[in-house]
Design a protein around this ligand. Structure first.
Ligand code: NAP
Length: 244
């Protein structure tokens, strides 16, 4: 299983749970060597198999090299989790074109680059054995309620559209495609909107379950969608947001 952005947050929790479920895990990250190494060490310490793969998934060239490196290390790819993402907040009046580009490159273009490489390898029409792709969207795609979240919300709405289109395109190639829309989850990404304390307080008022979610609660949904228990779930978008 390749998980993009697996050094921290939801991706790291997914990597740990995936290893528990017997997956060999490719832990992708962009800059935080120490965090990625710590995830791999945790997996190895309980007898699992994982390896770090540093690559900026917003860069097509680096993605091609990433998949080649995974080919050499693990041979086949069964599951791609398009999880890496960034949050930058700004009002529409302050919208710096470069920040808008950064958001779409990391949150949307990366899905094209990684999914294309995955489909090449998984497609039964290409001699592959099928597979699963899971796209990390956000509650922001449908609620758009975050102050300054214009680019982020737009990028996550694009993820939802991409998810449906990709599902239509590759369903007959043995590849299941689904998305998850996490709500407010306790990870470093909250630094982009004032920090964890602000997000925790926000959750107490906004979320019907009156609490912030934990990355492990998203990881459980990823593992289910990746499994044969979800064998007829395709083109779906699963809300995991405490009712929000
Ligand atoms: P996080 O804690 O900030 O972690 C982000 C991860 O993505 C890190 O591992 C980071 O690597 C990696 N990353 C960022 N840009 C990358 C790039 N260009 N190439 C490769 N890796 C990259 O974020 P998170 O909260 O776990 O979010 C994971 C996903 O869930 C994102 O798509 C996010 O939009 C979505 N989501 C999160 C929430 C939430 O409340 N947390 C809610 C809805 C949706 P480094 O460690 O090397 O920087």
């Amino acid at each position: 299983m390749l998980i993009t952005g697996a050094s921290r947050g939801i991706g790291a929790a997914t990597a740990l749970l995936a290893a528990e479920h017997g997956y060999q895990v490719a832990v992708n990250y962009v800059s935080n060597d120490a965090a990625a190494k710590a995830v791999v060490q945790s997996i190895e310490s309980v007898g699992g198999i994982a390896k770090t793969f540093k690559a900026n998934v917003a860069n097509n060239h680096e993605v091609v090299e990433l998949f080649e490196a995974i080919d050499s290390t693990f041979g086949t790819l069964d599951v791609l989790v398009n999880n890496a993402g960034i949050l930058e907040t700004f009002s529409i009046l302050d919208a710096d074109p470069q920040a808008v580009h950064r958001t779409f490159e990391a949150n949307v273009f990366s899905l094209y680059y990684c999914s294309r490489e995955a489909v090449k390898r998984m497609s039964t029409a290409n001699g592959g054995r099928g597979g699963v792709i899971i796209n990390m969207s956000s509650a922001a795609a449908k609620l758009c309620s975050m102050p300054g979240g214009n680019a982020y919300s737009a990028s996550k709405s694009a993820v939802d559209g991409f998810n449906l289109a990709l599902a239509n395109e590759v369903g007959e190639l043995g590849i299941r495609v689904n998305a998850i829309r996490p709500g407010l989850i306790a990870t470093d990404i909250q630094n982009g909107r004032g920090g964890l304390a602000v997000a925790t307080e926000l959750a107490r008022t906004l979320v019907p379950m009156k609490r912030i979610g934990q990355p492990e609660e998203i990881a459980q949904a990823v593992i289910w969608l990746a499994s044969d228990q979800a064998s007829y779930v395709h083109g779906a978008t699963l809300d995991v947001g405490g009712g929000r």
